[in-house]
Design a protein around this ligand. Sequence first.
Ligand SMILES: [Zn+2]
Ligand SMILES: [Zn+2]
Length: 277
Amino acid sequence: MPSPDFMVRFWGVRGSIACSGPRTVRYGGNTSSVEVRCGERMLLFDGGTGLRYLGNALAQDGQPIDADLFLTHTHFDHVAGLPFFRPFFDPKNRWRLWAGHLADGMTLRRVLGEFMMAPLFPVPPQVFRARMEYREFKAGETLAPGPGIRLRTATLNHPDGATGYRIEYGGRSVCYLTDTEHVPGAPDRNILELIAGADLVIYDSMYTDSEYNGYVGWGHSTWQEGVRLCRAAGAKRLAVFHHDPEHDDDMLDGIAREVEKEMPGSVVAKDGLIIRL
Ligand SMILES: [Zn+2]
Ligand SMILES: [Zn+2]
């Protein structure tokens, strides 16, 4: 039985750069942004351009917010929405921003400060009016972001590092793994351990296996590797995610048909898609 209060909503599903236009209108063109609800708690993952739409929905609701936003890493496509997230500008709100990939004394506050800085950006993070807390952890640690919620983390294989997450709530689990590169024929042990028996695995599927050879070292994986990992780890469903901006709606329809055949119940993520666990 699905737990009625555990759900995932996709607000941005692209990798690298936002892509609007008629060829991407059905799956959406926003970069990574995912909302997870565990009962009363809201956990957000990544702050890509999709975050702005989530922010507008929350601002319309008007309720005070006390929530956490976890970054896989701080590449531009995963943070570009942060300065445009309306709930950061409301003094009623309290936000904790988390990152687990930073090394050598680098802090999330500093990363954000350097990206929201002239002449790259007109205003600094100090324009946020919500109570903002910036927190670092080390990928591999387990966090407890709310009652009954366990958040396990693991290191992913990506330039400058990235963190994978497993959210456990009410006896169910969803994993969020982007951006990460596989080594063909050698399944990533960190990932196998993290996704063991998971109900849903959201996985970096930037390329197909046939495209992958042209992008070795770029830090991304394929939907076919997602299927192989889920099978090896006994995970139940795959959500193909972090689509290449060059993958248009027709191509993603084709992947959706293939992934459903390979692993029934699996989907290609699109903006607005809700999955209940
Ligand atoms: Zn990315
Ligand atoms: Zn990246």
